[in-house]
Write a protein that binds this ligand. Structure first.
Ligand code: PHE
Length: 367
C-alpha cells in the first residue's frame, strides 16, 4: 500500500511537470503501457494472499482512474495553452482594403434601379419584365393609339422587318419599344387584377441631342385594383419622389397632360431653386427665392380602353400608371451634367460617377 501511495505522488508530479503533449504521452506509456508501472504492480497481485490482493487490487483500480483523469485534464490544459499561443502570435489582417485598381463600380443607372426597387418594394410592388423588341400592338395600339393616331408622331422609333410567321399584322410589325408602357399591356394580358408592378428597361426613340439619346431607360409603374383613384396616384407619387430624392418637403406639382393611354393624365414636376452661381438646388424655395419647376415623369389613370384591350372590365377595376426616365432622375440626384456620358463606356467616368459596390447609398444613408 505504501508503494501505491508513493507511486501516486510520483505520477502526479510527473504529469503536472509534463509541459508539452509529447512529454505527457511518455508519462502515460510509462504508467499505463504494457510495461508501465501500474501494470507491473498489477502483475504482482497473483502472488498475494486473498485479503491483500483484494485491498491492493481495489487501490490500484482507484489509482488507475485518478491517473487517467489527471492525464486527461493535463492534456486539455496543454492543448488550450498551445491554442492560446497560436492565437497570440498568428493572425490574418482582415481590415486590409482590396486593391483600388481592382474594385469595380456600380453604374449610376443600376444604382437608381436598385434604389427604386427598394422604395417600391416597401410599398408592395413587384418587378415585371418585357422585351426590348416589341410589336405594334403592345407598344401602340393596345395603349389606345392605333395606326394613324397623331400621338405616335411623338414617339418615332426604329422599325424592324415584319415577322412573317405572325398572321396578325399588328403583332407582325416589330419596333424597338418607345416606352416601358408596353409592359403594362403584357402584364395585364397575363395577370388578373389586383396588379401592383414596376418595370425597368431600355427604351428607344430616334432622337439625338444634348438631352436626348436614341436609347435611354425608363421605369414604369402600374397599379390596378377596385376603387383606385387619382388620390392614390398623387399619394404614391409624392411619397416616392420625396423618398427617392431624400427631401421630405420636396414640392411636387401635378400638371394636366395628354397621353392616349391615361385619362386624366398628368405630368409631374418637382420644385427647385436657381442659384446665383448658375447651379440649382432641388427643394422648396425660401422667402427670398423663386420656386422653379421641372418635369420628371408622366402619369395618369389607366384609360378604360386600355383595360378593355387587356380583358379587364373598367367598371370593376381602375388604376394608375406612370413612366419616368431614369437617366434624368439620376442626373438630378447625383449631379451628373451630360446625358450622353452615360453611354460613352468611359471607365474614367464610371470611376468618378459610379458607386463603390461595398458602400452604396441606400435608404439608411444620408447621401
Ligand atoms: N409612356 C409615357 C412616356 O414614355 C409615360 C407615361 C407612362 C405616362 C404611364 C402616363 C402613364 O412618355
Amino acid at each position: 500500500m505504501t508503494d501505491i501511495v508513493n507511486l501516486k505522488k510520483e505520477l502526479t508530479s510527473e504529469i503536472t511537470a509534463a509541459n508539452d503533449l509529447k512529454a505527457l504521452d511518455e508519462v502515460r506509456v510509462s504508467v499505463l503501457g504494457k510495461k508501465g508501472r501500474i501494470t507491473a504492480i498489477m502483475k504482482t497481485l497473483g502472488g498475494m494472499d486473498p485479503e491483500e490482493r483484494k485491498t491492493t487490487g481495489q487501490a490500484l483500480n482507484v489509482l488507475k482512474d485518478e491517473i487517467a483523469d489527471l492525464l486527461k485534464s493535463q492534456e486539455a490544459a496543454l492543448k488550450k495553452q498551445a491554442m492560446d499561443e497560436r492565437l497570440a502570435t498568428e493572425h490574418i489582417d482582415i481590415t486590409l482594403n482590396t486593391r483600388p485598381e481592382r474594385a469595380g463600380k456600380v453604374h449610376p443607372i443600376s444604382q437608381t434601379i436598385d434604389e427604386l426597387v427598394t422604395i417600391f418594394g416597401a410599398m408592395g410592388f413587384s418587378v415585371a419584365e418585357g422585351p426590348d423588341i416589341e410589336d405594334d400592338w403592345h407598344n401602340f395600339t393596345a395603349l389606345n393609339f392605333p395606326p394613324g393616331h397623331p400621338a405616335r408622331e411623338m414617339q418615332d422609333t426604329f422599325f424592324l422587318p415584319e415577322d412573317p410567321s405572325e398572321t396578325d399584322p399588328e403583332k407582325a410589325r416589330k419596333v424597338l419599344r418607345t416606352h416601358t408602357s408596353s409592359v403594362q399591356i403584357r402584364h395585364m394580358e397575363n395577370n388578373a387584377p389586383p396588379i401592383k408592378t414596376i418595370c425597368f428597361g431600355r427604351t428607344y426613340r430616334s432622337d439625338w441631342d444634348m438631352t436626348h439619346t436614341p436609347m435611354f431607360h425608363q421605369m414604369e409603374c402600374l397599379y390596378i385594383d377596385k376603387g383606385v383613384t387619382m388620390a392614390h396616384l398623387k399619394g404614391c407619387l409624392t411619397d416616392f419622389v420625396r423618398a427617392f430624392f431624400k427631401i421630405d418637403d420636396l414640392p411636387v406639382r401635378f400638371r394636366p397632360s395628354f397621353f392616349p393611354f391615361v385619362e386624366p393624365g398628368a405630368e409631374v414636376d418637382i420644385g427647385y431653386v436657381k442659384l446665383s452661381n448658375g447651379g440649382m438646388r432641388l427643394g422648396k424655395a425660401k422667402d427670398n427665392e423663386d420656386q422653379c419647376w421641372m418635369e420628371i415623369l408622366g402619369s395618369g389613370m389607366v384609360h378604360p380602353n386600355v383595360l378593355k384591350n387587356c380583358g379587364i372590365d373598367p367598371n370593376e377595376y381602375q388604376g394608375f400608371a406612370f413612366g419616368m426616365g431614369l437617366e434624368r432622375s439620376t442626373m438630378l440626384k447625383y449631379g451628373i451634367p451630360d446625358l450622353r456620358t452615360f453611354f460613352d463606356s468611359d471607365v474614367r467616368w464610371l470611376g468618378h460617377y459610379g458607386f463603390d459596390p461595398l458602400n452604396r447609398p441606400n435608404s439608411a444613408t444620408n447621401y
